[in-house]
Design a binder for this molecule. Structure first.
Ligand code: PEP
Ligand code: MN
Length: 362
């Protein structure tokens, strides 16, 4: 069995937060080395990250420098003494990473969705002992995430971590990928043995909310953070809006309040706490969704105002009521509750649209 020369103590650490950082993509030797040296000098980063092959949503975007970047990562490793992790999406990536002594592999969200790809990577790792970090799939499918991890367990990978990077959602505006924290908590409940790392960069897609999302991960007892950093983030070739400088990373980490207290309750009480946390996260999601719904209602209001249409359309209202009653009963919600919910949501939507009509009247 080939054993990569990496210290995997971090996975057994109970007390300390694991920090993974580095650029979204390796772009040049100097960008990689300068970012790594700065990170090493001013932050307590444990592992360097770099994307070499980039799975991009649209063609004609920068798709990574490819294998030519691996020696740059190797150089950054040797200059800092830090281990490095690289994303792999197929067997050939695995071979190249092993050739260049990459210490840890990570599976990206667009790969975890595909069991064929995950299986191919797992098989390429048969007989190799290297830690693997598995990001959640882009869709909120917990079984698929856990299934990906199981594929690596089945080929004998000893050290596996999970990365929560949020879930893609059409129409989402606030986050790049909605965190859906309750899914990460459910992951934790089902696989308490696997270290769970949060990736605020891909959840946020922007810098201004990185701190609060990282703090939330601390409050929920995540084991680590993967945060993208770049020596010159504004000019990054991928994910420029969400990357931060090593200095900003150091500041963010410094501002974090670590939750190191211990559970004092008996196990019944901690189960109750767990369910309360679940409720809080679901409520957060509901408020967020209601905000999105009203945002769309205001856009409809502007359209109707411009086309001189009345706000209220009984025909449309009946369709909504029928749909929601049907969905509500499938979800074990009482008819009376759906009735009350629909009436209050409709009133709020009309009030918001009326406000637009009033402002246009001046
Ligand atoms: C990345 O980490 O740069 C990346 C591509 O992430 P994800 O797979 O979470 O989209
Ligand atoms: Mn990225």
């Amino acid at each position: 069995m080939t054993t990569q020369n990496v210290n995997t103590d971090w996975l057994n650490k109970q007390s300390r937060l694991l920090i993974i950082s580095g650029p979204c993509s390796a772009e040049s030797e100097s960008q990689m080395v300068d970012t790594a040296l700065k990170l090493k000098a001013i932050s307590n980063v444990d592992i360097l990250r770099a994307g070499i092959w980039k799975p991009r949503t649209r063609p004609n975007s920068f798709e990574g420098v490819g294998a030519v970047g691996l020696p740059w990562v190797a150089k950054a490793k040797s200059l800092t003494g830090l281990p490095a992790t690289v994303e792999v999406a197929k067997a050939s990536h695995v071979e190249l990473c092993l050739e260049h002594n990459i210490d840890i592999l990570w599976i990206g969200a667009r790969t975890t969705v595909n069991p064929f790809a995950v299986q191919e990577i797992a098989e390429a790792l048969k007989g190799v002992d290297i830690p693997v970090l598995v990001k959640n799939p882009i869709n909120p499918d917990l079984a698929l995430w856990i299934g990906g991890i199981e594929r690596f367990e089945k080929v004998g990978i000893q050290t596996i971590g999970a990365i929560h990077r949020g879930f893609s959602n059409h129409g989402e505006k606030f986050y790049r990928n909605r965190p859906q924290w309750h899914l990460a908590l459910e992951f934790r409940r089902l696989r308490p043995d696997i270290k769970l790392i949060n990736d605020p960069s891909h959840i946020c897609g922007r810098r201004d909310i990185l701190q609060e999302v990282s703090q939330k991960a601390m409050d929920l007892n995540f084991d680590g953070l993967m945060i993208e950093s770049h020596i010159d983030p504004d000019n990054a070739w991928s994910d420029a809006k969400q990357q931060i400088t090593p200095e900003e990373l150091a500041q963010l980490l410094d501002n974090l309040v670590l939750r190191v207290g211990h559970e004092e309750h008996d196990s019944t009480q901690s189960k109750l706490d767990y369910h309360r946390q679940e409720i809080d996260h679901i409520d957060t999601e509901i408020m967020h969704l209601l905000g999105n719904r009203m945002n769309v209602a205001r856009q409809i209001g502007s359209y109707k105002e411009e086309h001189n249409m009345p706000i209220f359309s009984p025909k449309r209202w009946n369709i909504i009521r029928r749909q929601c009653q049907e969905l509500g009963s499938k979800n074990q919600l009482s008819k009376q509750f759906i009735e009350m919910y629909l009436n209050s949501i409709h009133t709020e939507s009309i009030n918001q649209q009326e406000k637009i009509y009033r402002s246009k009247r001046g």
